[in-house]
Design a binder for this molecule. Sequence first.
Ligand code: FAD
Length: 313
Amino acid sequence: MTDVIVLGAGVVGLTSAVRLLEAGARVTVTTADEPSATVSALAAAVWYPTHTEGGPRVLERARRTYDELSVQASGGVPGVVPRPTRMLLRGPAATPWWAAAVPDFTAVPGEWRFTVPSVEMEVYLRWLADRVTALGGTIVTRRIARLADLAGEAPVLVNATGLGARTLADDPAVHPARGQIVVVANPGLVTSVRDEDHPEGMTYIHPRSGDVVLGGTFQPDYWDTTPDPATGAAILRRCVGLVPELAGAAVLRHAAGLRPARHGGARIEVDPVPLPGGTRVVHNYGHGGAGITLAWGYADEVADLVGRITRPA
Ligand SMILES: Cc1cc2nc3c(=O)[nH]c(=O)nc-3n(C[C@H](O)[C@H](O)[C@H](O)COP(=O)(O)OP(=O)(O)OC[C@H]3O[C@@H](n4cnc5c(N)ncnc54)[C@H](O)[C@@H]3O)c2cc1C
């Protein structure tokens, strides 16, 4: 017997499943793709609210995720480390709204400096999937055509399908924001560098244990996941310009992925219309370029929403 089906095994689905299992629910995760084949697996992935609206609710979710990932880093969860970061500024800049979630945020002339959790997603998604099964959950590989295909299989369905929600939830506000990256061997870097306003395009350099993720692009409504060679060359050029130690670093791979963006921001709410048979749907999708940055905060919110359905006051 399943209390909750979580549809989706990217970072949003798996963190939601972990929180629901910790709250005592019996959970089945259903996913079209292995976690390693999701957009989440491709992410850079550092805590940083890129292209995300601010506001108290998002700040709270971002702060919760920052705190959770920091605790996980201290506890030795694989793939999670605190990463010193330099954000280069091209002109005067007001303190960003998200600085309130970052304990060591400092502004110095020409840049912001701060430490944020950085996550190696292949390793971390494996850890999350293992955590789901260790807590008694099940992960099933199955692609569904409509949410109603799962009607009646559990009292609650959490829709964490990212870009898939465009059709599954019939939500035209969901759209891709393509991101292209280049992964190179790490010449010994430990500090992340970002230049969001680089005149030739957003630029970031995120060192990991054995490689460095270089980016990037943010291309709304581009659906093509084939890496473009000219874009890859331009990313390399910009990154070497900012961090000359990268010159000559071996290129390990080029990749592109589609961030699940949504006009109006992420959708986290109980659908007012139940599926046939009464299954209630809790949506958790549309996190755009900040899915890792917000995942644990929204997983807490999903667990609250599901609790209100299954244990009404
Ligand atoms: C290049 C790049 C860099 C990024 N860097 C960062 C970063 O530094 N920090 C950050 O916070 N975020 C970053 N992101 C964004 C981040 O990757 C996303 O916000 C996040 O991965 C979204 O997670 P998700 O679980 O919602 O979606 P996904 O990972 O796409 O997972 C969706 C899940 O739904 C399932 N699904 C979809 N349709 C169906 C269906 N019909 N039937 C069954 N299952 C279905 C899929 O199989 C999958 O399991 C980056 C993204 C890219 C592309």
